[in-house]
Ligand binder design. Structure first.
Ligand code: F6R
Ligand code: MN
Length: 187
């Protein structure tokens, strides 16, 4: 009997780069993030082609019960004083959770319930973040270097970006060499 044997892709924990594929890659630029940052004037002054973050994910099986694995590389930078961040989303299938693992850099994971309650978890190398069902999530790079985080999520989860098109309840700004957390009031 021949026993099937293969070497699966490896992830370099220090950088978040996959050894080999098949991989799917997606870059998100300043232009893609219209309306995401607090200052549209500051956003307009930026180079629209500048990449804010890249996601590299294994091209794995789709469907009920399958899992996706991907790494987000969020570059350091600001729009005005607001730190670079991912767009952020709920899962289309709200009952599906996710796990993030911090690999390099430093930042925050912004979590928000459907009722609008927001909280922050510090992301750093080795940090483990359990994103519960019904919880929106966004990465924010508060450091000077690339923030990379590995994520594992159900293939059926999907993404709902529309539900948060008016933004999250917290925004993070650089202030006096540190981080200022501002509560956002709508209406
Ligand atoms: C998957 C997931 C991450 C994000 C990635 C980019 O469910 O949470 O892989 O998709 O960090 O963020 P978004 O999708 O908000 O642009
Ligand atoms: Mn997600």
């Amino acid at each position: 009997m021949t026993i099937p044997f293969s070497t699966p892709p490896a992830v370099a924990w220090a950088s978040g780069f996959f050894s080999h594929g098949p991989l799917r890659c997606k870059s998100t630029t300043i232009a893609d993030l219209a309306g995401v940052f607090a200052s549209s004037d500051a956003w307009q002054k930026e180079d629209p082609a500048r990449i804010v973050y890249q996601v590299e994910m294994l091209d794995s099986l789709q469907g009920e019960g399958e899992l996706y694995v991907g790494v987000t590389h969020l570059y350091p930078g600001h729009i005005g004083h607001e730190f670079f961040m991912t767009r952020g989303h709920f899962h289309a299938r709200r009952e599906q959770g996710e796990v993030y693992f911090g690999l390099r850099g430093e930042g925050m994971l912004l979590l928000q319930t459907e009722q609008g309650q927001a909280r922050l978890e510090k992301v750093q190398p080795g940090s483990v973040h359990i994103i519960s069902a019904y919880t929106a999530h966004r990465l924010i790079n508060t450091g000077q270097t690339t923030l990379s985080a590995l994520a594992v999520w159900p293939a059926i989860a999907g993404h709902d970006y529309q539900a948060l098109k008016h933004g999250f309840a917290l925004r993070l700004f650089a202030k006096d060499g540190g981080v200022a957390v501002n509560e956002v009031r709508y209406g």
